[in-house]
Design a protein around this ligand. Structure first.
Ligand SMILES: [Zn+2]
Length: 435
C-alpha cells in the first residue's frame, strides 16, 4: 500500500493523505470515548456490539435531504436510529458533512501497475498484483467508497470474499467475474451466450458485464447484434442478475431495447436514446473525467500494453469533451437515472471522488444530484436500495464525513476524514491545520 501511495504522490496526483488509524486524542473535537472502536480483532474485522453515537451538525441522508444537528446511532453493523437526543456521543463529527458511504458502480479493482511500471491489465495473478489489489481496496475504502462494483475479472472473486469475511479491509465488492466480449458472430449463438451468462453465475458473479461496443479508442462500433444482446440480458434476468453494458453510439439504444439494466459510458448516445432509457428505466453510468484524466496522466504506463496505442491516446482527448457533453445533455433528460461510476483502473484507485468534481465542474451536474447518484440512486441500481446508500434506521452503517460542504465546494469530496463501513471505523483523522 505504501509503495502505491508513493507512486501516486510521485506523479503529483492528489495523494490519499491519511492512513486509517486508531483514534487518538489528537483531535479533541472528534476524540471518541474510552476504548476507541476501530475493531480489527485478531482474526477478522468485525463491528463492535456496543452502541455508537455519532454527533453531526449536517447529515446528508443520501436521498437529497440535509438534517441539521442530529445524532446517528449504530449498533453492530446497522444504523438503528437518527435521534438528536441520543447519548453518550462516541464520535463528534460536528463541523463536518456526514453522508452515506459512496457506491462506485464501475471500477476495475484488481488493475495495477506491474514490476516494470506498466499497466498489468486485468488478468495478472502475481503476488505483486494480489497485494496491489488489496491496496487498491484499502485506498478506495479510505477515500469514502464503501461499496464498489468491479467489472470485472475472475481475480476479483478472492478479494471480494476476503473483504466479505473480514480478513481484509476494503469496500463491499460486487463482481462480474468474466465479462462477455462482443466479437460479432464469433461471440456465439444466442444459446451459447445464454450458457456463458449461466457460467458466470456459477462462478459467483453478482452482475453480468457485456461489451457491446469496441473501445472508443478504436471507434466504438457495435460488436453484438440485437439478437445476441437480447439473449444475454434476458438470460441474466432469468438468473436474477443485472446486466451492465459497455455501449457507445447505436449500442446504447440496442442495450436499452434488449432490457439490459445499465449502460456504461454511453458516449455519443443521442437525446432520443437517452429519452428511451428514461422511459424504460435503464440506468446510465457516464464518466465525466477521471478515467480519461487518469489515462492521460499515466500515458507512458499504459502505452504499448494491449489495447493502448498512440492513436488511441489521441482519440481519448477528443472523447473527454464528448463525455462532458454527454453528462451535460443526460442530466437534462427528465427521469433519466444517472448513477456514479468511475471506471477506475490502475492509477485511479482511491481517487474515485475526482469524478464528482468532474461531473459538477465539467458536466454541469448539481452537487447534490452528483452525491445522490453515489448514494440512494447508486444503491437502487445495484439492487440494494433497502440496505445501502441512505442514513436511516435499518440501513448498513456505512457513514463517511467530509471536511467541508460539498454543496458550496465540491472539492470537499477530496477531504474524507472519517470512514465507517458496516459499523467499523476504518478512518478517523483530524482536520488539517489552519482551519
Ligand atoms: Zn470499465
Amino acid at each position: 500500500m505504501r509503495s502505491a501511495k508513493i507512486i501516486l504522490c510521485a506523479l503529483g496526483i492528489l495523494c490519499v493523505c491519511a492512513t486509517a488509524q486508531r483514534t487518538s486524542s489528537q483531535s479533541t473535537a472528534r476524540a471518541p470515548a474510552e476504548g476507541a472502536r476501530v475493531v480489527p480483532t485478531r482474526e477478522r474485522i468485525v463491528p463492535t456490539r456496543e452502541r455508537i453515537v455519532i454527533a453531526a451538525s449536517a447529515v446528508f441522508d443520501g436521498r437529497g435531504r440535509v438534517v441539521r444537528d442530529t445524532r446517528v446511532v449504530v449498533e453492530g453493523s446497522k444504523i438503528v436510529a437518527v435521534d438528536p437526543k441520543a447519548a453518550p456521543v462516541t464520535y463528534d463529527l460536528r463541523g463536518l458533512t456526514v453522508l452515506p458511504g459512496w457506491i462506485d458502480a464501475h471500477v476495475h479493482i484488481t488493475w495495477s501497475f506491474g514490476r516494470d511500471g506498466k499497466s498489468a491489465g486485468a488478468g495478472e495473478t502475481t503476488q505483486e498484483a494480489a497485494y496491489a489489489a488489496a491496496s487498491n481496496a484499502w485506498l478506495t475504502l479510505t477515500a469514502g467508497f464503501t461499496t464498489v462494483q468491479s467489472l470485472g475479472s475472475p481475480t476479483d472473486v478472492p478479494l471480494r470474499d476476503a473483504i466479505a469475511r473480514g480478513a481484509l479491509p476494503g469496500p463491499r465488492l460486487l463482481t462480474a467475474v468474466e465479462p462477455l466480449f462482443g466479437q460479432g458472430e464469433k461471440t456465439g449463438t444466442p444459446d451459447e451466450i445464454r450458457a456463458f451468462v449461466r457460467r458466470q453465475k456459477q462462478a459467483g458473479a453478482d452482475v453480468i458485464k457485456i461489451f457491446a461496443s469496441q473501445s472508443i479508442r478504436q471507434g466504438g462500433g457495435m460488436t453484438l447484434s440485437q439478437e445476441q444482446l437480447n439473449a444475454a440480458c434476458d438470460e441474466a434476468k432469468r438468473q436474477n442478475l443485472r446486466t451492465l453494458v459497455h455501449a457507445y453510439k447505436e449500442a446504447v439504444r440496442a442495450a436499452t431495447l434488449a432490457g439490459c439494466t445499465q449502460v456504461e459510458h454511453g458516449t455519443m448516445a443521442t437525446d432520443d436514446d437517452l429519452r428511451l432509457m428514461a422511459e424504460k428505466g435503464t440506468y446510465l453510468d457516464p464518466q465525466a473525467g477521471l478515467v480519461i484524466e487518469n489515462y492521460l496522466l499515466n500515458r507512458e504506463r499504459y502505452l504499448g500494453t494491449p489495447g493502448y496505442t498512440a492513436e488511441g491516446f489521441a482519440a481519448m482527448e477528443k472523447v473527454l469533451s464528448l463525455n462532458h457533453e454527454l453528462v451535460r445533455r443526460a442530466s437534462k433528460i427528465p427521469g433519466l437515472k444517472i448513477v456514479f461510476g468511475t471506471d477506475a483502473v490502475a492509477g485511479a484507485h482511491g481517487r474515485n471522488a475526482e469524478e464528482f468534481i468532474d461531473r459538477v465542474r465539467d458536466g454541469g451536474v448539481a452537487p447534490m444530484a452528483a452525491l445522490i447518484s453515489a448514494n440512494s440512486l447508486g444503491a437502487q441500481a445495484v439492487g440494494m436500495a433497502d440496505r445501502l446508500g441512505s442514513i436511516a434506521p435499518g440501513f448498513e452503517a456505512d457513514i463517511i464525513a467530509l471536511d467541508g460542504d460539498p454543496l458550496t465546494d465540491i472539492n470537499a469530496v477530496r477531504r474524507v476524514v472519517f470512514v465507517m463501513k458496516g459499523g467499523v471505523v476504518h478512518k478517523n483523522v483530524a482536520r488539517g491545520g489552519g482551519r
